[in-house]
Design a protein around this ligand. Structure first.
Ligand code: NDP
Length: 453
């Protein structure tokens, strides 16, 4: 058998790659190396979930201050200072990157802080020209945001850039209607930026439950976001005070910043993959089988570069399943079924399972929905609404989908996700006693179906 420098060489130090590297090294004693060209922690920690969530927190205090006054607190004028927040955000990301590096070092993973590509099925070439051989190579290089094919698109920014702004713009136009567009629309509006959003389709958050999408759009507008569906950018050019944008709805307006949140693309370019026989699919995604193995048996791929379900916890699961399969002799496929997820819009959206529309196409269902004004903000005189919704199979009685639009819906759906994953029936939900007084209790108190179809 050939001698290799390593048992495993991981390319990419994001959530998936780091987890696979340190579990393989720490739990199986494998000799492991990892290469990262940018910062350890990857999209999630450095330019995604973590800084985004901190910005969501930052943006929520304005509303809380207003609510606090209604509860009797005497609070003076509250203004947000980006100059104070940004260095703290950067320091926190530095701290987290350090944690990731120490986790790798502590597990005995050798780090190469540079770009790496594949030279052959068992060889990685680093940016400085060094070559390292490995019995297995794991590609976990993630993805990157893409701008639309539009003249002057480089005048706009993408989500990676938003954390590095020197100052907050007075106005921003956000293009797109997915997770990132909707989350940043809420963040920007909450921080006091005049926020406009154009989405080319009929309703934001395509693919999710229609009723939830409708309520989120309504609440986003009520929260001050000037959201235009069925509208896209036509032309953009430099102008005094920002960027002049012509839109398909006939308007022409100047925005200080334009954010393209128009999707992401796997980082598979210039990696030597195709020359080797690794197959790339739509959008450059690495094609893998149910064990994350590519067409080249020694090369595996996990996370966003495979464009399966682009979520951090899924990449981590795929990394763990890879280690289980390759280093523990226990072939394990990552389970992509019934993944709970949250969109950190304001209000949040927590969802697991099938939308009403998808479930209806599959089998006869009952739909239970309730929408109400939550106690906390209602007391403060606000008229915002929340929604709890269950999709139930008429035949098996199983809850096929659970959709929550409410503050803290991300926290709620994690718990409901366990029940749905276990195959809980509507009657299981019914026999669970309500936690009172909470918003979440409504999920177990909906007695009669709102509709059947
Ligand atoms: P999405 O693919 O979710 O959304 C892209 C949006 O841009 C869609 O609304 C799409 O419209 C629109 N779009 C695409 N191309 C164009 C174009 N040329 N012109 C105008 N509009 C366009 O991507 P995101 O970047 O928002 O997020 C990527 C992924 O990252 C998510 O799917 C999710 O998996 C993950 N993510 C998860 C988060 C979380 O867990 N909270 C947060 C952020 C990201 P259309 O619908 O018509 O195709």
């Amino acid at each position: 058998m050939a001698d290799f420098d390593y048992d495993l060489f991981v390319i990419g130090g994001g959530s998936g790659g780091v987890r696979a590297a340190r579990v393989a090294a720490g739990e199986t004693g494998a000799k492991v190396a990892i290469a990262e060209e940018s910062r350890y922690g990857g999209t999630c920690v450095i330019r995604g979930c973590v800084p985004k969530k901190l910005m969501v927190f930052a943006s929520s205090y304005g509303g809380l201050v207003d609510e606090g006054r209604e509860y009797g607190w005497d609070i003076g004028e509250a203004t947000f200072d980006w100059g104070q927040f940004k260095p703290k955000l950067e320091a926190e990301l530095d701290r987290l990157e350090g944690v990731y590096q120490r986790l790798l070092d502590g597990s005995g993973v050798e780090r190469f802080d540079q770009r790496a590509k594949l030279a052959d099925a068992h060889t990685v070439e680093l940016a400085d020209g060094t070559r390292k051989t490995a019995k297995h190579i794991l590609v976990a290089t993630g993805g990157h945001p893409v701008r639309p094919d539009l003249e002057n698109a480089d005048l706009g920014i993408v989500s990676d850039d938003i954390f590095h702004l020197d100052t907050l713009p007075k106005s921003i136009l956000i293009i797109g209607g997915g997770y990132i567009a909707c989350e940043f629309a809420g963040v920007m509006a909450g921080l006091g930026v005049k926020t406009t959003q154009y989405y080319r389709g009929a309703q934001i958050l395509r693919g999710f439950d229609d009723e939830a999408r409708g309520l989120i759009a309504e609440e986003m507008r009520a929260g001050g976001i000037d959201l235009h569906c069925g509208t896209d950018i036509l032309e953009m050019s430099k102008a005094d005070g920002g960027i002049r944008v012509k839109a398909t709805n006939g308007t022409e307006e100047v925005f200080e910043q334009v954010l393209f949140a128009t999707g992401r693309k796997p980082n598979s370019d210039d990696m030597g993959l195709e020359d080797l026989g690794v197959k790339l699919g739509r959008n450059g995604a690495i094609e893998v089988d149910e064990y994350s193995q590519t067409a080249v048996p020694s090369v595996y791929a996990i996370g966003d570069v495979t464009d399966r379900v682009n979520l951090t916890p899924v990449a981590i699961r795929e990394g763990m399943a890879f280690v289980e399969t390759v280093f523990k002799g226990n072939p394990t496929s990552p389970d992509h079924d019934l993944i709970p997820t949250a969109v950190f819009t304001q209000p949040e959206f927590g969802t697991v399972g099938l939308s009403e529309e998808a479930a209806r196409d599959q089998e006869p269902i009952e739909v239970y929905v309730t929408s109400f004004k939550p106690m906390q903000s209602s007391f403060a005189g606000r008229s915002n609404r929340v929604m709890m919704k269950l999709i139930v199979s008429q035949e098996s009685r199983k809850v096929l989908g659970c959709h929550i639009v409410a503050p803290q819906a991300g926290e709620m759906i994690q718990m409901a996700g366990i029940a749905v994953k276990m195959g809980a029936t509507k009657e299981d939900f019914d026999r669970t006693v309500a936690v009172h007084p909470t918003m979440a209790e409504e999920i177990v108190t909906m007695r009669n179906p709102t509709r059947k179809s």
